[in-house]
Ligand binder design. Structure first.
Ligand SMILES: Cc1cc2nc3c(=O)[nH]c(=O)nc-3n(C[C@H](O)[C@H](O)[C@H](O)COP(=O)(O)O)c2cc1C
Length: 203
């Protein structure tokens, strides 16, 4: 991805579109942090510093790689998922922030720009959260959306076979097409399972 990226007016329009997502309770459970210009490199210095802290034997090449992460696109937008005080379940608020990320990609694509939705290690690092001013317990990085001019046409990836994941509800028969053939590495279900159950709030 290279320059040009969206100009100020285009970026405003892209963010406006991105923010208009299905949103139970109209909470806007997300906010944006835009990185552009020289501030991308400044942020990169933090990543370099943190990497050097964690890996005393890091090579110059690795450190330069960390420093240049945000230089891979002219604009990077962090979509921060922020839990609002509300009766709306947290699960729905998190999904809404995810929808915002995808909407941001689609809006930028519609304006002719390439996008890449990345998390990488720095999305999950508490020190990075502190640098960005995220509030513990309610703010999380939903995604860093890299936006710019695509330098190559991407191959499409293999799509899921609908026969593997689509069920027709039939009384007395349990849905069994659950895409289990897409499980990876035999690693098991993360976090020992993850089920959203009915709470008082959702009744
Ligand atoms: C929440 C989320 C986080 C992602 N993080 C990464 C990442 O850290 N590194 C990566 O290579 N791809 C990541 N991806 C996948 C890319 O966004 C993208 O799907 C992939 O590069 C292939 O592009 P394509 O989907 O257009 O084929 C992430 C996707 C999502 C939804």
């Amino acid at each position: 991805m290279t320059a040009p990226g969206p100009n100020a007016d285009e970026l405003k329009e892209i963010l406006q579109i991105a923010a208009r997502v299905p949103d139970h309770g109209k909470l806007s459970p997300f906010y944006f942090i835009v990185f552009q210009g020289t501030e991308r490199a400044t942020f990169g210095k933090h990543l370099r510093h943190l990497w050097a802290q964690d890996y005393a034997d890091a090579t110059q090449e690795q450190l330069t790689h960390e420093e240049n992460r945000f230089m891979r696109a002219p604009v990077v937008v962090a979509v921060v998922s922020r839990i609002r005080e509300s009766k709306i379940p947290v699960w729905e608020q998190l999904m809404c922030a995810g929808a915002c990320c995808y909407n941001l990609c689609l809006a930028a694509n519609a304006c002719g720009y390439g996008t890449n939705w990345l998390s990488e290690w720095y999305s999950f690092d508490e020190r990075v959260h502190d640098i960005l001013g995220l509030e513990k317990g309610r703010d999380n990085i939903a995604g860093f959306i890299y936006i710019g001019t695509a330098t190559e046409v991407q191959d499409d990836r293999e799509r899921p076979d609908l026969n593997d994941i689509t069920n027709l509800w039939t009384s007395g028969q349990m849905p069994d097409k659950k895409g289990n053939n897409y499980n990876k590495d035999g690693a098991g279900i993360p976090h020992n399972g993850f089920t959203i159950i009915q709470s008082e709030e959702t009744k």
